[in-house]
Write a protein that binds this ligand. Sequence first.
Ligand SMILES: [Mn+2]
Length: 350
Amino acid sequence: MLRQEHIDLIKQELECCQRPIFFFHDDCDGSTSYIQLYHHKGEGKGVIIKAAPLVDVKYARKVQEYGADKVFILDIAMVDQEFIDALKVPVIWLDHHEPQKRLNVKYVNPRNWGENVPPCFMAWQVVGDPKDLWIATVGCVGDWFLPPMQAEFQQKYPDLMPQLYDKPEDIMFNTPVGELVRVISFNLKGRTDDALTSVKVLSRIESPYEILKQSTPRGNFLWKKYLKVKQGYDAIKAQVIRYVKPDDPFLIHSYTEDQMAVTKDLANELTYLYPNKVVILAREKNGEMKCAMRSGRDGPILSKALEKILPTLPPGNTGGGHEHACGANIMKDDFEEFVRRMREECAAKV
Ligand SMILES: [Mn+2]
């Protein structure tokens, strides 16, 4: 939770500007953070940060071109000091990844006081516009964070959340809220300009039923893209499930797909379906295996396993993340050895 001083700070920064620019992560959390702040301000430009979660000096040009008088950075793990130094306007950065130290930036990261709160919930604490209750709730669930305002949501939308839940993943895979998470997430796939168009459309949606019932052209627009990505997603999922070995503590699958990267989303669902397995899902692209790895709450610590294994592989293989959720880029030629080492490390239960 944000402390009152932070709520006041962010609110004031938002109020004291005319042309804010918002850089946000290309996921459910990042985009719902942006939409709430943008709605409140009624002004500003959104920029999606795709690929690496990093804002570097290249983005300074966007700030200047727009003539922004303030910069907000939402749910981005890394911001280069060079970027901040190149600007002549204040920078406010809300994040919940590994805390960083930068100069001349107002940085709010609840991890600094031992909490992990996604920026979409920080935005909710700051703005709390009842019209955006559903946006904020969907954002939280999309980030595997149990929405602290779920009772309020449940009362307002009992058909979208029939009961209260203890775990975000139960909301994700058993309620229409989860479907809204996937609608947003899948709409962010593909080309950056298409993703930004989707976010713009989403920012004009007034009720979740516009999407779920396709009752307006804009709701229908988001639904169509969702269905298109979902088709590919379901095909890969069916393939994975067909080859699951009941006795193998690992679930390993690789696929080739250039257009839509659904690896993270699918790895999450597979962990929900097979909580006792270590999931390694890899998308092959340009000779690299882009891996999403997951393990259950009581499963092996993947980040530790990676720390041990990566230095022993040829250079160019990278990765990292959280205890039970990691990402890695492994050269195709090293993938077999990588999997062998992962099995070895995880059998020793790191
Ligand atoms: Mn996030």
